[in-house]
Design a protein. Structure first.
Ligand code: SAH
Ligand code: SF4
Length: 382
């Protein structure tokens, strides 16, 4: 079997080339051909010696993931479903805006965290993606969009690790993929334009700060531990105060001077004025000088088995105003690609047997299936 060169960051490719008796600058040339030019055929790489091209043909290849489907929304959003084998599929979503093009990338097939409001979480965990499978989403999206828009300019200016999976539970594959995104010989994205979104894997937040401090988004969703544990079971392991301490530590290394907190607005569960008050107290208790966090309120994207509902727009507006009035920078995320199910938490939706999955999860975490109202007015942690 030959090696897929998408599996490497530049340092990895240097090692690979050295094993072939090639110098570092050859690896750099190869890396540029692959990531900057989208080349997959070694014969295209005309400034590499013919002997090297022949050598590469014998031991390496550049292979993206098979595309199962592509959907284009009327708002310009494009969603690709990629086959990662054994019946698993992952998705990437391109979201064009006036001043940027953002690609939302998956890190795992399924997810082990099992958040109540997330359709990926309801699927359970299949497996980690490799570095090459993470990078293949960007490689394919960037170069197919360039062809579509008939441009040689960069189309994707931002990457968010907000597709399927918990990126910080796939750390060893994630970091080389991030490095290739940041590398000037790769995609050349600045650290502030690459965002890792996490449900709160505290030790890995600290490691990311050391290894590859890109922008950080933390999926908070609740300001007290009982409610957060009900929504995001990982909170049982890393409760809110540990998570916020980790955020504070991360800020010493972060490319931006704030952390983004994502907050999925669930009708009657976490969207009441008292929940906003709890959040305000929490943020103020952790306040560093100046603005140290921003809130992004995400209207819940419903899916059948969740038993949860999207907060009414008016409720979201009241919540946002309470936070803003308390000096917390707050935005409400626009939903994009609604007509193609490309919104957060709806990615690669088909659970083959939802009943079985739900029962399995219920056994694992009985707390998950408690009715949402049970926690709606919980003020214990205020
Ligand atoms: N596992 C990581 C990144 C992937 S999820 C994390 O949880 O942060 C990306 C974002 O989508 C998270 O903020 C998540 O809470 C949110 N999300 C998941 N399901 C959703 C849904 N059904 N509606 C709205 N947002 C959702
Ligand atoms: Fe996993 Fe994120 Fe979905 Fe939670 S919200 S189940 S961490 S993908």
């Amino acid at each position: 079997m030959t090696t897929n060169l998408l599996e490497f960051d530049l340092d990895g490719l240097v090692v690979f080339c050295e094993q072939l008796g090639e110098k570092r600058f050859r690896a750099t040339q190869l890396f540029r051909w692959i990531h900057q030019r989208g080349a997959h055929d070694f014969d295209q790489m005309t400034d590499l010696a013919k002997s090297l091209r022949e050598k590469l043909k014998g031991c390496a290849h550049v292979q993206a993931l098979p595309v199962l489907s592509e959907h284009r929304s009327t708002d310009g959003t494009v969603k690709w479903l990629f086959d990662v084998g054994a019946g698993n599929a992952v998705e990437a979503v391109f979201i064009p805006e006036d001043d940027r093009g953002t690609l939302c990338v998956s890190s795992q097939a399924g997810c082990a965290v099992g958040c109540r409001f997330c359709s990926t979480g309801h699927q359970g965990f299949s497996r980690n993606l490799t570095t090459g499978e993470i990078l293949a989403q960007l490689w394919f999206a960037e170069h197919s969009l360039r062809k579509r828009f008939a441009t040689t300019e960069r189309v994707i200016s931002n990457v968010v690790m907000m597709g399927m999976g918990e990126p910080l539970q796939n750390y060893s594959a994630l970091v080389p993929a991030l490095r290739a995104m940041l590398d000037d010989h790769g995609y050349g994205l600045s650290r502030r334009r690459v965002t890792v979104s996490t449900s709160g894997v505290v030790p890995m937040i600290d490691r990311l700060a050391q290894d590859c401090p890109v922008a950080l988004a933390v999926s908070l969703h609740a300001a007290n531990d009982p409610l957060r544990s009900n929504l995001v079971p990982l909170n049982l392991k890393y409760p809110i105060h540990e998570l916020l301490d980790a955020c504070n530590r991360y800020l010493e290394h972060a490319p931006r001077d704030f952390i983004t907190f994502e907050y999925c607005m669930l009708d009657g569960v976490n969207d009441q004025p008292e929940h906003a008050q709890q959040l305000i107290s929490l943020v103020h208790a952790y306040r560093r000088p100046g603005v140290w966090c921003k809130f992004n309120l995400i209207p819940f994207n419903p899916f059948p088995v969740s038993g949860l509902h999207r907060s009414a727009a008016g409720q979201v507006a009241i919540f946002a105003k309470l936070l803003s009035d308390a000096g917390i920078v707050t935005t409400v995320r626009k939903t994009r690609g609604d007509d193609i199910d490309a919104a957060c938490g709806q990615l690669a939706g088909e659970v083959q047997d939802r009943t079985r999955v739900t029962e399995r999860m219920a056994k694992r975490r009985t707390i998950m299936l408690l009715p949402a109202e049970h926690f709606a007015n919980d003020k214990k942690e205020m």
